[in-house]
Design a protein around this ligand. Structure first.
Ligand SMILES: Nc1nc2c(c(=O)[nH]1)N[C@H]1C(S)=C(S)[C@@H](COP(=O)(O)O)O[C@H]1N2
Ligand SMILES: [Mo]
Length: 165
């Protein structure tokens, strides 16, 4: 009996984690130079295109988004963006969407989980009317949000600006 229990417990605990791993993407950065994201800190704004954003390391995750999309999401890590743009690591950042919806991320939240700023779905840019062009996802929370165990307030879509101050 004991010989069966240990492998069984191992198999059960490994299951949920394996499904939602971020893996380095093989995709080439976008060539799109249109304005995509404004980064504001201490009154100074920088405007980034998808081409510039995707110079950061790209990651893929296979996920069922709580709003319905199911497949491969590709994007950059919010923490990589914070590092690359010298945003104050101690400050909470505010994400602002095209419809004025806004949400905050504290340094502790960014430390605890990976927040992916999605630039592609199934390899293609996401149109504004499909909640693109940039959407924030929390792959580790996808299942809990879909079952209603966690709120979806961090899953802001149509992100146009990130502010730190
Ligand atoms: N851009 C944008 N993102 C958003 C929202 C929104 O109104 N605009 N609503 C948030 C909230 S509070 C929830 S619960 C989920 C789902 O919002 P919905 O119920 O309005 O579709 O998306 C989140 N992301
Ligand atoms: Mo909500």
């Amino acid at each position: 009996m004991r010989t069966l229990i240990a492998p069984l417990i191992l198999a059960l605990t490994a299951l949920p984690v394996a499904a939602l791993a971020l893996t380095p993407s093989e995709r080439a950065p976008s060539g799109d130079t249109a304005a995509a994201l404004t980064i504001t800190q201490a009154g100074e704004s920088t405007i980034l295109s998808l081409k510039q954003l995707e110079q950061l390391d790209l990651y893929d995750v296979d996920m069922h988004h709580p709003e319905g999309l199911k497949g491969e999401f590709t994007g950059v890590l919010v923490n990589d963006l914070v590092d690359a743009h010298g945003l104050d690591e101690a400050t909470r950042i505010r994400l602002v969407a095209a419809d004025d919806y806004t949400t905050f991320l504290t340094p502790a939240e960014r430390e605890e989980k990976q927040y992916l700023l999605v630039t592609r779905f199934e390899g293609e840019p996401i149109p504004l009317d499909k909640q693109g062009p940039l959407m924030l996802v929390v792959p580790a929370d996808a299942e809990a949000v879909r079952t209603g165990a966690l709120p979806m307030t961090k899953w802001i879509w149509s992100v146009i600006e990130i502010r730190a101050r």
